[in-house]
Design a protein around this ligand. Structure first.
Ligand code: TXA
Ligand code: MG
Length: 318
């Protein structure tokens, strides 16, 4: 039996409304992927340029052929190995995918998320749900229902609360439309895991219209400045001396002694925890009205690569 709030969510989606829902990565802002009017509203609420495509979420790998065609064997293998999970595959789209979901591109991003509430919603809806991260364009992605409400307020018809997101950074996007696969955005499925699955390094980068790959993105209002563990203490002292309100976000081993007046936003013990707390820490910095977030990025290994990528883009936003 579906939960009552899932029934309500399905009715809202069928009616062309917007429902925010949890995934294992970040919260998504969902609309019926087959309804161009609903997609129009989704883009308006996000403040997202219409030429930027959104990810279509599915309940099950069995629906893949309804939304994509000419699917390479490797893409099927990646889907089988990683779904439900934090992997988005870019594939050639079927006519079922409206132009409004793809910015007019001939391709579509597809993923099956690994969150029980998301899967319950997708199964009950029995269609594709287009969902970008549930934040305004360029801002920090939300990882709790409260963050979605703070970000979107009355612009979203319903927020399903599935607790804090387990991964904390977005899905890895792999473009499977060329000869060899390419990573368009690093995320929850690590480079190391992809290498294992593909049998070779999967190159990162490529020309796309992917806002998550814009140089400036994932940005709080506070300025984000990257520093290394050795320099952080002096830089904090320097900024506080000139009257700046400063927060530090750094691996626990890098935070040794504190300077009076600095806010420790998070001190994660490993890269997994860093990913999980990253966006909440950036949001917290804004809630406190901080001027500067000094961030010591994690080593770019495992999910640390996605965290370092997001911090670099947040820092580039000023
Ligand atoms: O983890 C995630 O992927 C989350 C959750 C909600 O699933 N969603 C998410 O959506 O991060 P969004 O819209 O914030 O970022 C999706 C990225 C964008 O950079 C978009 O341009 C890219 O996926 N994308 C979608 N379809 C694409 C396509 N056909 N070709 C290239 N990039 C595509
Ligand atoms: Mg986003």
């Amino acid at each position: 039996m579906t939960r009552p709030e899932v029934g309500r969510a399905v009715a809202i989606l069928r009616d062309g409304g917007l429902v925010a829902f949890p995934t294992e990565t970040v919260y998504g802002l969902g609309a019926d992927a087959a309804n161009p009017a609903a997609l129009g509203r989704l883009y308006a609420v996000k403040g997202r340029p219409v030429e930027h495509p959104v990810i279509v979420h599915l309940a099950d790998v069995a629906q893949l052929d309804e939304w994509a065609r000419e699917i390479p064997t490797l893409a099927r293998a990646l889907a089988a190995a990683c779904w439900p999970g934090p992997l988005t595959l870019v594939l050639r789209r079927t006519p079922r995918v409206p132009d409004a979901a793809t910015g007019g591109l001939d391709t579509v991003g597809l993923r099956v998320p690994a969150h029980p509430l998301a899967l319950e919603l997708l199964t009950a809806f029995a269609g594709g749900i287009a969902a970008p991260s549930a934040n305004r364009f360029g801002h920090v992605s939300p990882t709790t229902a409260a963050a979605v409400r703070a970000e979107l307020g009355a612009d979203v018809d319903l927020v399903l609360d599935g607790g804090p997101c387990a991964v904390g950074v977005e899905s890895t996007i792999v473009d499977c439309t060329g000869g060899a696969p390419r990573v368009l955005r690093e995320g929850g499925v690590t480079r190391e895991r992809l290498r294992e699955l593909v049998g070779d390094d999967v190159p990162v980068g490529g020309v796309t219209r992917a806002p998550g790959t814009l140089e400036a993105h994932y940005a709080p209002s506070a300025a984000v400045e990257l520093v290394d563990a050795v320099a952080v203490r002096d830089r904090v002292a320097e900024l506080i001396r000139v009257g700046q309100a400063v927060g530090v976000l750094a691996p626990a081993r890098a935070v040794r002694s504190e300077v009076d007046g600095v806010v420790t936003l998070a001190a994660p013990v490993d890269a997994d925890e860093y990913a999980r707390v990253l966006y909440a820490a950036l949001r917290h910095a804004d809630a406190l009205g901080l001027d500067v977030v000094l961030a010591v990025p994690p080593a770019p290994e495992g999910i640390g690569a996605a965290v370092a990528d997001r911090l670099r883009r947040a820092a580039a936003s000023r």
